[in-house]
Design a protein around this ligand. Structure first.
Ligand code: ZN
Length: 412
């Protein structure tokens, strides 16, 4: 009996204590931070966490602040930032407060419509990306749409404080960051997260590396003293903010320009993917640690933004199905040799290559016993990949695969 491998961080146990860097400004941590600003007319909230965290968020908020929630800015439409505003409306009704108003970029409405259209797909992929256990809903649909939407920017005044929201294409096409000049504070949404920006998420629609860099530079230009990120710790002090945000924008610009240079030189997708990387000093930077996304994902994202799916080899324009190609190769190479090679590659520590040979072997006719052994080997290899993988998303993909293979091997 082998234990299913699970990533931390999706368990909700990482919710800690709210941070209050200056009077009137709060960051309530969770899987997705919530910002709060006190005004004489009520609280302005920035983002709401997912359903598994919103109860804890509201409790932490209410232990510290009374009065109505006046306005909610949504930095983008992702489920860890925008889906639980209905809980705030319920709370307002219970307490006899006027309902909050919800402000977001106009593309958030399109995003919510797309979520409804692709609900089954998003449930499927989010279960893998966030290691959502069976029985827990992986992708709840939004129950409330924003009351106010805008295109490039919007400025609102609440209780004597000005709030300026700016559009910045970055992680999403509905991304917004919020500037509160009186408090010298930026609420950055997922333009600022822990480690390498999550451009090129393997499951998701297009994200925007160069525009992300430009968004970070626009934030720095305001010279904020506090930045509340979408995920991770609050950043305080102009120098620390400059260092983190500009290191990140420099990395994104580097990867972007290196991909563009190679596309213009006539190189194709796979060669660019394997060639482009960060220079040593950026690679070593804690601000770019691949804790959630990773450099390889970013390169994929940039390539996908600017090129099509053709890989440059006409053999691959209308190829047979991969498994049919594998069957033909297997018929000449022989199953025994292929399986032997898979084990040898595993022993040599060439785990990714070993996986290719296990897949090749599995493409052929195998007995139930052989299949179980091969699935067990594949599960083991995927477990090794996951154990050595710093990126949360990549690790969850490997661990999910490990768990599925172990089921097929009858070992879960
Ligand atoms: Zn997020």
């Amino acid at each position: 009996m082998k234990r299913a491998r699970l990533s931390e961080a999706a368990t909700g146990k990482d919710v800690q204590t709210p941070v209050n860097p200056v009077p009137g400004i709060w960051m309530i941590p969770g899987f997705g931070n919530t910002g709060a600003v006190e005004t004489s007319e009520g609280i302005v909230l920035i983002d709401v966490p997912g359903y598994r965290w919103v109860g804890a968020m509201l409790q932490m908020l209410r232990e510290r602040l009374g009065g109505p929630i006046h306005t909610v800015f949504l930095t983008h439409g992702h489920l860890d930032h925008a889906l639980t505003v209905d809980v705030l409306f319920d709370e307002a009704q219970k307490k006899g407060f006027p309902p909050p108003r919800v402000v977001a970029h106009r593309n958030l409405v399109k995003r919510f419509n797309r979520y409804a259209m692709l609900h089954g797909y998003h449930d499927h992929i989010n279960r893998i990306q966030f290691a959502v256990p069976a029985g827990v809903q992986a992708f709840p649909l939004p129950k409330r749409y924003p009351d106010i939407t805008f295109d490039q920017s919007i400025s609102l005044s609440v209780g004597g404080l000005d709030f300026h929201a700016f559009y910045a294409l970055g992680e999403t096409d509905d991304a917004v960051w919020l500037w509160v000049p009186d408090k010298k504070t930026v609420f950055a949404g997922d333009l600022v997260i822990m480690g390498m920006p999550n451009v090129g998420n393997p499951f998701k629609v297009q994200r925007y590396a160069l525009e992300w860099a430009q968004g970070l530079e626009a934030i720095v230009a305001k010279e904020p003293e506090i930045v509340v990120p979408g995920h991770g710790n609050i950043i305080q002090g102009k120098a620390s903010i400059r260092e983190k945000l500009l290191t990140t924008s420099r990395a994104l610009r580097h990867l972007h320009d290196e991909v563009v240079k190679r596309l213009n030189a006539g190189m194709w997708y796979e060669d660019i993917l394997h060639e482009v990387d960060l220079p040593g000093d950026l690679k070593a930077s804690e601000h770019l640690a691949p804790v959630y996304g990773c450099t390889r994902f970013v390169v994929h994202g940039i390539l996908r933004q600017y090129s099509g799916w053709y890989d440059g080899n006409p053999s691959n324009l209308f190829p047979p199905k991969k498994i049919d190609i594998q069957k033909e190769i297997l018929s000449v190479a022989g199953k025994e040799a292929v399986v032997k090679k898979a084990y040898a590659l595993k022993e040599a520590g060439k785990t990714a290559m070993a996986l290719q040979f296990v897949d090749l072997a599995l493409a052929g006719d195998v007995s139930e016993e052989e299949a179980k052994k091969l699935h067990s080997l594949k599960g083991e290899l995927l477990g090794i990949m996951g154990d050595n993988e710093p990126s949360y998303i990549a690790r969850n993909i490997f661990y999910n695969g490990h768990n599925e293979e172990m089921k097929l091997a009858g070992e879960d």
